[in-house]
Every structure is written in structure tokens, then in C-alpha cells.
Design a protein around this ligand. Structure first.
Ligand code: SAM
Ligand code: SF4
Length: 330
């Protein structure tokens, strides 16, 4: 079958597909959603397992997608996850998952058997009370159990994602890194982005990549890890001479849009060419109206061609997307 690359007007080609499997979540991280949760997508608008796999197959076979990452919301709350992973793995692409880890202790083995290649687990603190303050749920023990199960199931090297919030957990970066290294996980800090449903993000309040580095350097020596970064968002540092590393993802202060190779599919079947895109392309309605694979691929190509050069968070005209991170798929 002929492959049409998902190119945009700036010479970038998307090969990394992020698939949101649900907008629902069992945590309420304050940088992501309000305490009361959100108005979830109506069930009938959410793609079925077969519809998700059909669109992924089009992406892989016709559009050159080589990596698929499942996210959400919380992908582990999606009942068909293991089957979707197995069917995606069978397409011969790298298959990954970003999760908060709740319930991972039960499913890690099945996910590994289904062919999951890699896993990222979010954990913002290793102190139960701070974890509960950030996520509004007292579930740190579940995350730690899930991480151990992932390691035991052979899903390593497990990566950890952490967001630092001023006055909440920003003093805990070194202890989180110490703990991650001792347990054999690869920690990456992500700058907080304006993607929360309640629009509470502020440029002045966010902890910058530079601050994270300064805080870590009080306790560790960091030197840039030599390997080329390519399209990977994390800048990697060797900790105390290595081999342990830490990553810093400076999405706001040192954007990497020029090297972006990502495209997103929401749980309700919309293609988004950027996390911060304000337009979406509705593949669900077209698919349910009987569009062929070729027609769906054509729509997808058009959606990608209009990708903007960058997110423009620092631009005075910047507008936060109307959908929050949990609905887009982080
Ligand atoms: N629920 C899963 C989880 O938390 O890993 C997957 C979805 S979550 C939206 C994906 C990642 O986005 C998590 O690592 C989370 O910490 C991060 N995230 C959510 N809101 C964010 C924000 N406003 N700025 C930066 N990262 C954010
Ligand atoms: Fe849920 Fe992930 Fe958002 Fe936290 S960051 S509320 S775990 S979707």
C-alpha cells in the first residue's frame, strides 16, 4: 500500500501518534482538572475499540505512523485497553502507554503479554500527603505498587513524569529523583502548561526548567547526556556522572515545536495536529457516515498540513485550547 507521509508546511513529518482512549480519570490532579471532575464525553461519541483500531491501522499502513502511545484521561480505566494494545502491537509499531498507575498492579502482566513496549507513569511526589494534595486522592501506594508490577512484568525501563507546583511539591524534586534512581526508574520533570480545564495556569507561577535544574544541582551534579535529542521532548542529563539520568521537558520556556513529530487522536475521534491546536478534524463522523479508509486517510493528511509552526504560549495573542489536556490526550 502506498504511504503518504503526514507532512506539514514547515517540513515536519508526524510519525508518533498519541491516542486518547478516554477523557475520564480516577485522580484530580490540580494542574489538570477541577476537584469535581469535568463533564465527560457522552458515551456514544467515544470511539469503540474497533473504531480506534481501524484509525490506528490507517495511520500505520497508509500514513507512516511508527509509534503509538495510549493516553487520556486515564487509559487504564478503558475496559478494552489490553485488546487494543495487542491489536496495535500486531501492526508492528512501537506501542506505549502513559498512565497514572492506579490499577497497574493488576494489569501490568497482561499489558506486557499484549506486547506493550514501554510505559510512562506520572508521580509528582513520593510523600503520601503531598501526593494527595496534588492529585486530591490518597493513592500513592497504588502508584508505587503499579510501578513495581510494571518493572516485574518486564515493562522497563519505566519512565516517570512529574510536574512541580510552586509551594506544593517544588521543594521535593531532589528527593523524588533520589527515590527514582534507587528504584531504577527514569524520572523526567515536565514544565506545567496552560492546559488545565479551570484555566489556573500562570506564567509567573509556573516552575521553569531552569529553576528545576538549579534545585537539582544543589544536590546532584548534572551534565548534558551526549546523545542527540532528536524529536524527544526531554533534555537529558547524567546525574552524578551517570549512568542514571534525569530529563527536563521545557515545553513552555524552551519549546521544541520545530522538531515535533506528533499527532493526536482524541477519544471521540478528532485528529489534532498539536496539543495547543484550536482546530480538530472529525474522523468519527466521517467514519460513521461510511467513509472509506482512503477517504479517512485523506482527511487526516489535510488536517496535518495545517499544523502551525509553534504553540505560541509566549505570544500575546495566545489562546488556550478549548479542550483541556485530559480530553486531548497528554
Ligand atoms: N492520566 C495519565 C497520566 O496522568 O499519566 C495520562 C494522561 S495525563 C494528561 C499525561 C501527562 O500529562 C501526565 O504526565 C501529566 O502529569 C501531564 N499533565 C497533565 N496536565 C498537565 C499540565 N497542565 N502541564 C504539564 N503536564 C501536564
Ligand atoms: Fe488524571 Fe492524568 Fe489528569 Fe492527573 S494528569 S487528573 S492522572 S488525566
Amino acid at each position: 500500500m502506498q504511504v503518504t507521509p503526514l507532512s506539514d508546511g514547515f517540513g515536519r513529518v508526524a510519525t508518533d501518534l498519541r491516542v486518547s482512549l478516554t477523557d475520564r480519570c480516577n485522580l484530580r490532579c490540580s494542574y489538570c482538572m477541577p476537584a469535581e471532575g469535568l463533564d465527560w464525553l457522552p458515551g456514544e461519541t467515544v470511539l469503540t475499540d474497533d473504531e480506534v483500531v481501524r484509525l490506528i491501522t490507517i495511520g500505520v499502513e497508509r500514513l507512516g505512523i511508527t509509534e503509538v502511545r495510549f493516553t487520556g484521561g486515564e487509559p487504564l480505566v478503558r475496559r478494552g485497553l489490553v485488546d487494543i494494545v495487542a491489536r496495535t502491537h500486531a501492526l508492528g509499531v512501537e506501542t506505549m502507554l502513559t498512565t497514572n498507575g492506579l490499577g497497574l498492579a493488576r494489569t501490568a502482566g497482561a499489558l506486557a503479554e499484549a506486547g506493550l513496549d514501554r510505559i510512562n507513569v506520572s508521580i509528582d511526589s513520593i510523600r503520601p500527603e503531598t501526593f494527595a494534595a496534588v492529585t486530591r486522592r490518597d493513592r500513592l501506594h497504588d502508584v508505587v505498587d503499579g510501578l513495581e508490577a510494571a518493572k516485574a512484568a518486564g515493562l522497563g525501563p519505566v519512565k516517570l513524569n512529574a510536574v512541580l507546583l510552586r509551594g506544593v511539591n517544588d521543594d521535593q524534586a531532589p528527593e523524588l529523583l533520589d527515590w527514582a534512581i534507587a528504584a531504577g526508574y527514569q524520572l523526567r520533570f515536565i514544565e506545567q502548561m496552560p492546559l488545565d480545564a479551570q484555566h489556573g495556569w500562570s506564567r509567573a507561577e509556573m516552575i521553569t526548567a531552569e529553576e528545576i535544574q538549579v534545585r537539582l544541582e544543589k544536590e546532584f551534579s548534572l551534565e548534558p547526556a551526549g546523545e542527540p535529542r532528536g524529536s524527544a521532548p526531554a533534555e537529558l542529563f547524567l546525574v552524578d556522572g551517570g549512568p542514571a539520568t534525569v530529563g527536563i521537558i521545557a515545553s513552555v520556556t524552551r519549546p521544541f515545536c520545530g522538531d515535533c513529530d506528533r499527532v493526536r487522536l482524541t477519544a471521540d475521534g478528532q485528529v489534532r495536529n498539536c496539543l495547543f491546536a484550536r482546530e480538530e478534524s472529525d474522523l468519527r463522523t466521517a467514519m460513521r457516515a461510511g467513509a472509506s479508509d482512503e477517504e479517512l486517510a485523506e482527511r487526516w493528511v489535510v488536517a496535518m498540513a495545517g499544523k502551525r509552526a509553534g504553540h505560541g504560549i509566549d505570544d500575546p495573542t495566545f489562546l488556550q485550547p478549548s479542550r483541556p489536556m485530559s480530553a486531548i490526550g497528554g
